[in-house]
Ligand binder design. Sequence first.
Ligand code: ARG
Length: 465
Amino acid sequence: MTKNKNTSNALWGGRFDDAPSAIMQAINASIGVDKRMAAQDLAGSSAHAAMLAKCGIINASDERLIQDGLSQIGEEIKAGDFIFSAALEDIHMNIEARLGELIGEAAGRLHTARSRNDQVATDLRLWLRDALDEIDERLGAFQKVLVVLAEAQADTIMPGFTHLQSAQPVSFGHYMLAYVEMMDRDRGRFADARARLNECPLGAAALAGTAYRVDRQMTARALGFDRPMSNSLDAVSARDFALEFLSAASICAVHLSRLAEELVIWTSAGFAFVSLSDQFSTGSSIMPQKRNPDAAELVRAKTGRIVGDLNTLLVVMKGLPLAYSKDMQEDKEPVFDAYDALCLSLSAMTGMMADIKINRKALADAAGAAFSSATDLADWLVREANVPFRKAHHITGQIVKCAEKNGKTLSELSLTQMQAICPKIKEDVFAVLTPAASAASRISYGGTAPDNVKAQVKLWKEKLS
Ligand code: ARG
């Protein structure tokens, strides 16, 4: 193997004669991924330098130089002028090396009482905290769109399904609010993850803490953490905060995939329940009539990658002894990937639902078909004719069979036809046989009656405002 004749690494090369091979560099470098944490790395370094100065570990003029250098690096990165180098492995060493170019020897004092192990853990927690705030905002915006739709379509009746077979009529608004509930639990999971991750690893150093008289409260506070982490081994080796994020993201993505799948089904010609706007449909290059729900399909598919990201990190972490191992460098890619995929999925779902067209006629027809008010007929027999439910179920089954044979819906049968099966049936049964009446009768708490839906919409509007 040809040796790379460059000098050994300036930041850790003291005991090395040769530079790493190109292959070593390729497997070791993470800069392509972790440069995304540049802002967090600068913030962490700035807080650390201020603490070192306050504790008398570095002097004030060195601190000034460091702070000015860090701000300048921040500017360079923002302007796109910063040169990221794979030879410098990661974002931490890229920034520190540049700091050395800018301010000379004082740069070498920044890494006092610190290791890249506590540094990277701090950076990723800071990064995820912002990411979680962004996701929460997007989820809130998505919920608002669904609530608006729920309000407009509270009285729109559609078939509710079990086994994807028409089951009972429900309000379209009720359907939308089911997703609002899911999104709210997702927000709760992300909020839980955020609360638990908000502890500061900085000061744990490589794994054992540091002999310098550092003030970990100060750096924790400066970076907006609730407190410093209390065990240095745990601080540098814990990645459950990232796993929690990925778990919550996976569950959220699974929720989105279910609605995405509804859209794929509902927009197909056999259903035609809804249509997506031109902005969120695509055409076919060969079939001119096609309007494809690509965005919904891709949201459905992105779930695969997000769950894959969770799986990736779970397997990376499995069996890793304490404390830091380089394996953990592989934590960022799945986290960033899941974040990007989830944000895009949320935007796409929000966009699709914001200007979706509801085909009330198709929904009403489908709700009326397939005998979806059969339960209401059985309930009428129990309530009005004092028939035991099991028997009412049987009678209703016979009536459904009769309707099917005659090519009618339940409400299209004549009273005589029904009385031939059960003489106790009276004219007023027709009041419960329409899908609208069926839905309106479901007034139990959490039930689909449009009045319930409107009351829930009101509560959600207050909650989300
Ligand atoms: N790039 C590394 C990571 O992301 C930083 C920590 C390196 N620590 C070490 N002991 N080599 O995990």
